[in-house]
Design a protein. Structure first.
Lengths: 136, 136
DNA sequence: ATTGAAGTCATACTAAAGTACCAAATCAAT
DNA sequence: ATTGATTTGGTACTTTAGTATGACTTCAAT
């Protein structure tokens, strides 16, 4: 917020200077009218783009971030979450076991627990629900 | 593409008119210099915001649209695609059969064909690949 | 020191998914 | 009218997924 104030103050200051400069330049006849107009146009054009970009990236883009609150809300543990991510990669239980250096039994346990916690009947449904919650 | 050309042509035309108008206004002394400068600044400011918004929404936001080309490239049929969508909703083969008023056998056939076409070993992997291709 | 949560693994089972192969109906395009 | 792609469905089979239950270990917190 402080940063925004400073930036805008500097911006207004710069614009005032530009106004004064352009008036002086026109009156004294050192510069052509076209040039001054073009300069002003370019400066405001860039300012418009800059301000718009800032506001768009900050407000309009809800860049799907992971909802860590929801993960702990659902009481999903570290290991279970790792397994969930592996499922979303399309791995089988055996492949997940190999990836995490665990037995297939352990993966099955984790998957079962995940299904209960996500209130899902299948791993594909778990994926759909997890995406809904934005936890993957 | 045609629309873009028309819009930009009109824009350039408008700007040329503005240039001429401002030059005339300044020379004839009907308007104050500040007013003309402010007018130009505002116009270009708005144009800057407008152009930037357009380009941002079209380029920076990969607003996950479905890649229909890829679907036909993979030779995925209508029915198969319906089944793929149902899988992504987390449905079982039996549930998909009920939803589409088909037998479970038929769904299994479609799923098998989908797995071949998507080069996947499992339905979860099919989902991951389909998302990669942006076809779901 | 005890408790409780997390993680690991096994057995035995049922359910669902997936494969292979075949057969038949539909339907648009030549 | 025939062809070829799509769609539907069946049987028989193998593989994978998921459940239920129990046991053991670790490790942080009381």
């Amino acid at each position: 917020m402080k940063k925004t104030i400073i930036v805008f103050s500097l911006l207004i200051l710069a614009l005032l200077l530009l106004f004064q400069f352009s008036k002086y330049a026109l009156i004294s006849g050192n510069l052509k009218t076209e040039f001054v107009i073009a300069l002003i146009a370019i400066v405001f054009f860039i300012v418009g783009i800059y301000i718009n970009k800032k506001s768009l990236y900050k407000n309009a883009l809800p860049l799907n971030e992971i909802n860590h609150k929801k993960i702990s809300e659902l009481e999903i543990t570290e290991r279970e979450y790792e397994v969930l991510q592996a499922i979303s990669e399309g791995l089988s239980n055996r492949e997940i076991a190999e990836k995490l250096f665990l037995s297939e039994s352990t993966i099955k346990t984790h998957v079962s627990n995940l299904l209960v916690k996500l209130n899902a009947k299948r791993r594909t449904q778990a994926l759909q629900i997890a995406k809904d919650y934005q936890i993957i």
